[in-house]
Unconditional design. Structure first.
Length: 432
C-alpha cells in the first residue's frame, strides 16, 4: 500500500497529484493477486485500506474547501453580492462525488468546517483514526455552536476520537456543546421544529415507510391515539393485530375513508397494457412504475388497479424504436395539466444525475424567453433545488445530440454529466 503512488512523478516533486495519477493508483488496487496472501495479510490490507479511505476523505475535504475559497474570491472580485457567491457549488461537488445535491451540500459544509474550524478532527481523519462519517457526526453535532465553541469541542476531543464509536462521538460533542453554550439546546429545538415534514420512501416487498418528522409532543399524541383505538378494537374482538389496526387507522384517517382499502386510485401507476390486461394464457410480468415510489411487480400493479373503488386509465404510448413516450406539447408557457403529468411519468425522478429527488418543477431545457417550446421534448422534471441551481452562472442543460432520451449537464468548470430518462414499462430493448 505504501508504494502505490510512486509511479506518479508529482509525488516525488511534492506537487499535487493529478486526477489521472489518482485514478491510475486506484486502478492498480484491482490488479493484486490475492491467492498468495495469508488471512493475517488480508486483515492488514483491509485496515490499511480503511486508513487510506480516511486520508483520501481528508484530502477531498481540503480540495473542496480550497475550491470554495477560490470561487468565493473570484466572485467577490467580480462584484457578485455575498448572498449569491458560490451559488450552485454544492451541486458541482455532488456531481463530482456522484451523489445527490443534498449530500453535496453536506460534503461542502463538512469540508469548510473541518478545514477552517476543526483542525484536530481533520488531523484525525488524515491519520486514519476516524472515518469520514464520524467526522460528519462531529460537525453536525456542533453546527449550532459559535465558531469559538466549536473549536473548543474540537480541541477537547483531540486524541480521543479514535477510541470512540459513532454514538459516543455524537454524545460527547453534544455534552461539551451544551456545557459551553446552553442556549444551543434551544436553537436546536427551534431549528428541528421548523423542519417538521412528512416523507415517503420505498421499503422491501412493495411496502413503504411513511414518516412524520414531528415535535415530540405531537408525535407522542399521534401514537397514543392510534394505540388507544387499536386497543379498543382488539378488546371488542377485532382479529387484526395491534400493528395492523394502527396502520389501517392511519390510512383511513389521513385519506378520509371509512377503511384503509378501496381508496380511489389517482396515484400515477405506469404500466404496459399487456401487463394490465394480460390473461391467464399469456400473462405479462413486466414490472410497472409507481410515480414517487419506483418499480412494483406486475401482479401488485394489477391488484392496486382492480381493488380500487375507482380507477382512471390514462393512455400513454411508447415509441417502439427507443422506448420514449410519444411527445406532447402545449401552447402555454407553463407545464401544467396533462403535459406536466406526462413529463413526471416519463422522468420519474429529478433528471439531474444522481439526484433521485421527487420532481417538483417542470423546466424548459431551452428557456421560454429564448423561444424554447413548452413541450415534452424541451421539458425535464427536476426538484426545486436543481431547478434553481440551473439558473446560476455557468450552468447549462441541453438535449444530447442524437440521444433523444439523454440530457447533458454542463457545470461552471466545464465538466459534463449525462442524464438519461429511465426505461418505461413495455419497452423492449432491440436485439440487433
Amino acid at each position: 500500500m505504501e508504494h502505490m503512488f510512486e509511479s506518479d512523478p508529482s509525488h516525488v516533486s511534492g506537487q499535487a497529484l493529478s486526477a489521472a495519477g489518482l485514478r491510475a493508483a486506484a486502478a492498480r488496487l484491482g490488479d493484486d493477486d490475492l491467492r498468495c496472501l495469508s488471512e493475517a495479510e488480508h486483515i492488514d490490507r483491509v485496515a490499511a485500506m480503511e486508513d487510506l479511505k480516511s486520508a483520501l476523505a481528508a484530502a477531498q475535504a481540503r480540495d473542496t474547501a480550497a475550491l470554495a475559497a477560490k470561487r468565493a474570491a473570484a466572485e467577490a472580485a467580480a462584484g457578485v453580492p455575498i448572498a449569491q457567491r458560490c451559488r450552485g457549488l454544492a451541486a458541482e461537488v455532488a456531481l463530482a462525488r456522484r451523489e445527490s445535491p443534498v449530500r453535496g451540500a453536506r460534503s461542502l459544509g463538512l469540508a469548510q468546517a473541518l478545514v477552517s474550524e476543526m483542525p484536530h478532527t481533520l488531523a484525525a481523519l488524515t491519520a486514519g483514526e476516524i472515518s469520514e462519517w464520524r467526522a460528519t457526526l462531529l460537525v453536525r453535532e456542533t453546527a449550532v455552536l459559535r465558531v469559538e465553541d466549536r473549536a473548543q469541542v474540537d480541541a477537547d476531543l483531540a486524541g480521543r476520537l479514535g477510541l470512540m464509536g459513532d454514538r459516543q462521538v455524537a454524545a460527547q460533542a453534544r455534552a461539551i456543546g451544551y456545557r459551553l453554550d446552553p442556549a444551543s439546546v434551544l436553537r436546536r429545538v427551534r431549528g428541528a421544529t421548523s423542519d417538521r415534514r412528512v416523507s415517503l420512501r420505498p421499503a422491501p416487498d412493495t411496502m413503504t415507510y411513511l414518516t412524520g418528522f414531528l415535535p415530540v409532543a405531537q408525535g407522542v399524541a399521534c401514537l397514543v391515539a392510534l394505540t388507544r383505538h387499536a386497543d379498543t378494537l382488539r378488546a371488542g374482538g377485532d382479529e387484526r393485530s395491534k400493528g395492523q389496526i394502527m396502520a389501517d387507522t392511519l390510512v383511513a384517517r389521513v385519506t378520509g375513508q371509512q377503511t384503509a382499502t378501496g381508496t380511489p386510485v389517482e396515484v400515477q401507476l405506469v404500466m404496459a397494457d399487456t401487463t394490465l390486461l394480460g390473461n391467464d394464457h399469456a400473462p405479462d410480468d413486466t414490472p410497472a412504475h409507481l410515480v414517487g415510489y419506483g418499480p412494483v411487480p406486475a401482479a401488485v400493479a394489477r391488484e392496486i388497479t382492480l381493488d380500487a373503488a375507482q380507477a382512471w386509465i390514462r393512455r400513454l404510448y411508447l415509441n417502439p424504436a427507443d422506448g420514449a413516450l410519444v411527445a406532447m406539447e402545449s401552447r402555454r408557457r407553463v407545464f401544467d395539466g396533462g403535459l406536466r403529468r406526462f413529463v413526471i411519468a416519463r422522468d420519474q425522478f429529478c433528471r439531474t444525475t444522481w439526484c433521485d429527488a421527487v420532481i417538483r418543477h417542470i423546466d424548459h431545457l431551452q428557456a421560454a424567453a429564448a423561444t424554447g417550446a413548452t413541450s415534452a421534448e424541451n421539458g425535464q422534471g427536476v426538484c426545486e433545488a436543481c431547478n434553481y441551481t440551473k439558473e446560476a452562472t455557468g450552468w447549462k442543460a441541453e438535449r444530447t445530440p442524437g440521444q433523444p432520451q439523454q440530457i447533458t449537464i454542463t457545470t461552471p468548470t466545464g465538466h459534463q454529466y449525462a442524464a438519461a430518462a429511465p426505461q418505461l414499462p413495455g419497452h423492449r430493448r432491440s436485439s440487433a
